[in-house]
Design a protein around this ligand. Sequence first.
Ligand code: CAA
Length: 382
Amino acid sequence: MDFAFNEEQLMIQDVARRIAQEKIGPSAEHHDRTGEFPLENIRLLGENGLMGIEVPAEYGGAGMDPIAYVLAMIEIAAGDAAHSTIMSVNNSLFCNGILTFGTEEQKQKYVRAIAEGREIGAFALTEPQSGSDATAMRCRAVKQADGSFVVNGKKSWITSGPVARYIVLFAMSEPDKGARGITAFMIDTEKAGFHRGKTEPKLGIRASATCEIEFTDYVVGPEDVLGKEGEGFKIAMGVLDAGRIGIASQAIGIARAAYEATIAYVKERKAFGAPIGTFQMTQAKIADMKCKLDAATLLTLRAAWVKGQGQRFSNQAAIAKLTASEAAMWITHQALQIHGGMGYSKEMPIERYFRDAKITEIYEGTSEIQRLVIARNETGLR
Ligand code: CAA
């Protein structure tokens, strides 16, 4: 493993940092306050290759590796977490699965539109009664004599659901087979039978739009089955492995922003006649914040590196996501404490970092699910 980044990785990191500093950061407070979806900025990210970083150029992407994706995600998340949520769903949850399991036609049609930033993608696994226990889904896809499927059911907590043109959907096609009865489908939200339900008002990542979606007799042609019938759960799990590297990167970006703001603040804020950074209690917090931030970053780069080697990376991704999301929550908590009243006030972005960090411990597999995945991998026990 080489700790030096190559030219391509540094280039995308630089592009992402520039957009984050010039466009995303300055409008983050507005998007958080209003919840307005940042469509213009998302298009800009697409135009700069940031919506399909690992997508080969022949399908409209930047053709880079998973480490480049981590570096870019960290920069965008440091500018604004909500933007990085939208970016991560497009990159990891939408494009990844189609690139691995899709047909040539599916890649040309769906991946290209998202990677170029012309459309927005979403991933529909969760239902009102099934989150962590994903195989308990009730959304049904019934096969017809002509090979098409008729889909009926509800999905909830769909990130980018209110604006997505295309969705990767998981539905039960053979309920008696459990996990092996789930099939993945490509959904066009402009077709009959697709409906959007209530949007979710959220604690953080408020500009990332989230809603329920519903299918009533929605017809999917055989050309829009993703992968093989019954392979849907494995596709979802494989896609989430990659997604977890993205969320770990997002957590690092949020934590880094909180950490950097704290370093500036402890040098400038005085109490008892000295900068608060000279007090040992503050110094201990700073040291622990830095250790957690670096540990999370290295573990996330390791997961990305293993993915780039073409090896199974489920365990490394779960370790990275668990460590980074808990580090982000802890670091933003300490940052808020060090900032005192200023941290609690909306005059500074610290309280936003604190609110945004929380989701990283929940979506794409809670911390409890990451611990389950890690323990199963380590012991081989179920
Ligand atoms: N890659 C490939 N295959 C995998 C896999 C992986 N990472 N993990 C499991 N599988 C396979 C297993 O090998 C097994 O295959 P066989 O049937 O051939 O043996 C099959 O899938 C079933 O696996 P399990 O028996 O382990 O399944 P389980 O019911 O015990 O569930 C779980 C395992 C880890 C709890 C899983 O359900 C899980 O990860 N749950 C969390 C779901 C999640 O992350 N939801 C997030 C929602 S999406 C989201 O948040 C998106 C957003 O909006 C941002």
